[in-house]
Design a binder for this molecule. Structure first.
Ligand code: GLA
Length: 385
């Protein structure tokens, strides 16, 4: 939706005064999955799909919000007990609360928003929504909150108002995204580096295949993965390695030493995270040399780990991953939290058409619907339009 379109809808709902307009994107992640709550590395980029919101302060202490795509309206106050019922409104409310908790004074506003990040596809529509409002309120109310804290406001919203104990990757990418660049973020030190990313001239395309499947209980399963990792890290820490704060700090040797002290399940989860940490390092090195074959190989290894050790894949995603292998696709893996959503695929230009056509046909034959196809365009982060 364009700026003009959202302004028009806003004015139909809330009257003729001109609102401000802000936008924030969803994200992809090249590699480094379920690493961000383990103090490890991620490699995301913002995409050309996101949320757009028209906002105007309304001189009251109420928020009046219209979700254009759902055609739903919600009105709520700014105090803790005013939490709205609507799932989508909790994100806006949570952002306001988290700003307030950090000492910022939020004022009432009218808003209409719309998005084109596919819901449940693992491209972080929720982070796009949080970042839009965190960025907008900071700007409109001159709160002076830095960009890291804006990302944390979105993350805390997930923790405290949505119930997902997520890491920082999605909100970070949505705020810090830069056109044509992926970002390697160290989630322990919060140091980050922009990597120019343009595989096309090297003969590759990056494409997402969305299973359009989202399994129930994804958020409780996500939180369980996190708990497993924390237990494993603590076991290693208590086993004579005080320097190990997160699994990112641990080695396979150290994990092996505590094998009898943790459950087989926690062991598998930790093994995946330790290996994934190394894979992100390997991909950083490979990308600096434009070695896309190594990048692709690591993506397959990640898929294997996410499917067999971390157990966050599903039948439909494994099917698409196998299909990519059959087509000699350079790299393919489940992207994001898992339990449905997309695979991210690095495909040679000349194999692209056949791969996509076959994926559509074979997936439909098996699951009754085609996967959705999204070509990845790496774009800018949160901004005022
Ligand atoms: C979700 C979370 C992120 C990250 C990914 C998995 O998108 O919001 O913090 O943990 O899953 O890498």
């Amino acid at each position: 939706m364009t700026k003009e379109e959202i302004v028009k809808i806003f004015q139909e709902k809330f009257g003729n005064e001109t609102p401000e307009v802000y936008a924030s994107p969803g994200r992809i992640n090249l590699i480094g999955e379920h690493t961000d709550y383990n103090g490890s590395f991620v490699f995301p980029g913002a995409i050309d799909k996101g949320m757009i919101a028209a906002i105007r302060l309304n001189g009251t202490d109420k928020i009046k919000a219209y979700a254009v795509d759902l055609d739903q309206y919600a009105e709520f106050g700014l105090n803790e007990e005013d939490k709205p019922e609507e799932g989508w409104a909790k994100y806006i409310f949570g952002v306001c609360r988290e700003i307030t908790k950090r000492g910022g004074t939020v004022k009432g506003f009218d808003t209409a928003f719309s998005g084109d990040v596919p819901l449940g596809a693992g491209m972080s529509s929720s982070a796009a929504l949080e970042s839009t409002y965190a960025f907008a309120l900071n700007d409109m109310l001159h709160l002076g909150i830095d960009k890291f804290e804006l990302a944390r406001i979105g993350q805390s919203t997930e923790h405290n108002y949505v119930g997902v104990k997520c890491g920082i990757m999605d909100q970070f990418a949505s705020i810090f995204g830069k056109e044509g660049h992926l970002i390697r973020l160290d989630t322990k030190s919060m140091e980050y580096e922009y990597f120019p990313f343009d595989p096309e001239p090297h003969g590759y395309k990056l494409v997402l295949l969305d299973t359009v499947v989202k399994h129930e209980l994804a958020s409780s399963a996500y939180n369980k993965r996190r708990e497993s990792c924390e237990r494993a890290a603590k076991a290693i820490h208590d086993n004579g390695h005080p320097e190990v704060e997160f699994l990112r700090d641990a080695t396979m040797q150290q994990l092996e030493e505590v094998r009898d002290k943790i459950s087989p399940e926690d062991y598998m989860r930790a093994e995946y995270v330790i290996e994934e940490t190394q894979r992100v390092r390997d991909v950083s090195d490979a990308l600096k040399k434009d070695d896309y074959e190594t990048v692709g190989q690591k993506m397959y290894e990640t898929h294997h780990g996410m499917s067999k050790l971390y157990e966050v894949s599903c039948e439909e995603l494994d099917f698409l991953n196998d299909l990519a292998r059959d087509h000699d696709v350079t790299g393919s893996r489940v992207m994001g939290g898992g339990f449905g959503g997309c695979t991210i695929n690095l495909v040679k230009n000349e194999l692209y058409d056949k791969f996509i056509a076959d994926a559509k046909e074979k997936f439909e034959a098996k699951y009754g619907h085609e996967p959705k196809v999204y070509d990845v365009v790496i774009s800018d982060g949160a901004r005022k339009l």
